[in-house]
Ligand binder design. Structure first.
Ligand code: HEC
Length: 118
């Protein structure tokens, strides 16, 4: 061994690789499930802002703001958060007003709309 340091080095390298592979195998599924959890919390958690979207906006604007036929997509909106909030409160054109949606949900809803367009 001492006369052939290359062997020792190779063993060390293989060990280091094994550690990296095991580390990857353990962390990747964890990361995936973490992002799944995040997605679920946006779409399924009761009382989440998406539930408010589902109850009030989805029929016209679609699951992810992609819009139902005859209604505008929210994925293409260039409006600011303030402008979106105003439209939600006062309505516009064929969109009814939602005066019952108040802060902090109002801001969260506007942010959700902005996320659709990202
Ligand atoms: C009855 C159908 C309907 C519902 C329900 C509805 N909207 Fe709308 N929405 C529309 C229509 C129609 C327009 C286009 C208004 C216009 O003529 O300018 C619009 C426009 C918008 C716009 C402006 C898009 C842009 O880029 O100009 C936003 C933002 C928006 N809606 C968000 C919402 C949110 C958030 C909700 C739920 C609180 C909601 N809408 C509920 C029909 C609806």
């Amino acid at each position: 061994m001492i006369k052939r340091p290359g062997v020792l080095l190779t063993i060390l390298l293989v060990l280091a690789l094994a550690v990296i592979v095991i580390y990857k195998l353990q962390t990747d599924p964890y990361n995936n499930s973490a992002s799944n959890d995040q997605r679920n919390s946006m779409t399924e958690e009761p009382g989440s802002i998406y539930t408010i979207y589902q109850d009030n906006c989805l029929t016209c604007h679609g699951n992810n703001g992609e819009a139902q036929p005859g209604f505008p997509s929210l994925q293409k909106t260039t409006l600011s958060l303030e402008e979106i909030k105003k439209i939600i409160i006062t309505g516009r054109g064929d969109m009814p007003p939602f005066p019952n949606i108040t802060e902090p949900q109002l801001s969260q809803l506007a942010e959700l709309v902005k996320r659709f367009s990202n």
